[in-house]
Design a binder for this molecule. Structure first.
Ligand SMILES: Cc1cc2nc3c(=O)[nH]c(=O)nc-3n(C[C@H](O)[C@H](O)[C@H](O)COP(=O)(O)O)c2cc1C
Length: 215
């Protein structure tokens, strides 16, 4: 059976101008070459509709309204709920995820957080009970690859102090039940001593061994 790689990008730049998207594309192409049992679905968070959650469509934690409450919504709000459910279903349907995003203010662009709030839904991705919240994505082997470009280069020892995006996603996806997490850093894109080309080349060097490990 065919598996699915969901390639999510969080950058408004065209691919050829974006370091994170250049490395992301390289990874996806190499991964597919090695894993022909995969199809690729792409989600560009800057060109596709990623709704903002509000109290009209979410009256409970992590749960868009349904049933009679849904019927009472305006047509526009119904469309928003439908879109949120569709984004969540698309996420669940994948086996491997690749996110390509730049580091912004030590984390990541806000549209990526907006997307995360759309897909973490009760009874689909998490189970919320009065006692605890548990992740439901341990139902099959899933892998997350997070590709982050950054203007600067951060020493490994201080990584936890600066790489809040990576730390957050690693913790979050593990909590959801996604067992394998790999990170690819495209570091020093705006550093005059490194620069875009060297940063991309260095990041791509690590990709073959990561794909080998994942295949
Ligand atoms: C709003 C904004 C915030 C940024 N914050 C940081 C930062 O905190 N640390 C850093 O090293 N680079 C930062 N940068 C630089 C970007 O990370 C860098 O230009 C980007 O990763 C290049 O990759 P791209 O071509 O895919 O956008 C920031 C850039 C912007 C536009």
């Amino acid at each position: 059976m065919l598996k699915k790689l969901l390639y999510i990008t969080a950058n408004s730049k065209p691919e050829k101008l974006s370091a994170s998207k250049t490395v992301g594309r390289y990874f996806v192409n190499r991964f597919i070459a090695k894993n022909p049992d995969y199809i690729v679905e792409e989600l560009d968070l800057y060109t596709e509709y990623i709704p903002e959650i509000n109290h009209i469509i979410f009256t409970k934690r992590a749960e868009p309204v349904s049933g009679a409450e849904y019927d009472k919504l305006s047509e526009k709000d119904k469309e928003t709920v439908n879109r949120i459910n569709a984004l969540c279903d698309q996420f669940i349907s994948a086996d491997t995820y690749v996110i390509a995003a730049p580091m912004w203010s030590l984390s990541y662009p806000s549209v990526l957080k907006r997307y995360i709030d759309c897909i973490i839904l009760n009874d689909k991705v998490i189970k919320v009970s009065p006692e605890e919240v548990t992740g439901l994505l341990d139902d099959k082997e899933r892998t997350m690859v997070y590709i982050q470009s950054s203007g600067g280069k951060y020493p490994k020892l201080l990584s936890g102090k600066f790489n809040h995006g990576i730390e957050y996603f690693e913790d979050l996806f593990k909590f959801l039940g996604i067992k394998r997490f790999e990170k690819i850093l495209v570091e020093g894109v705006d550093d005059p001593d490194i620069g875009r080309e060297k940063a991309i080349t260095k990041a791509c060097q690590d990709i073959e061994s990561i794909i080998e490990k994942l295949s």
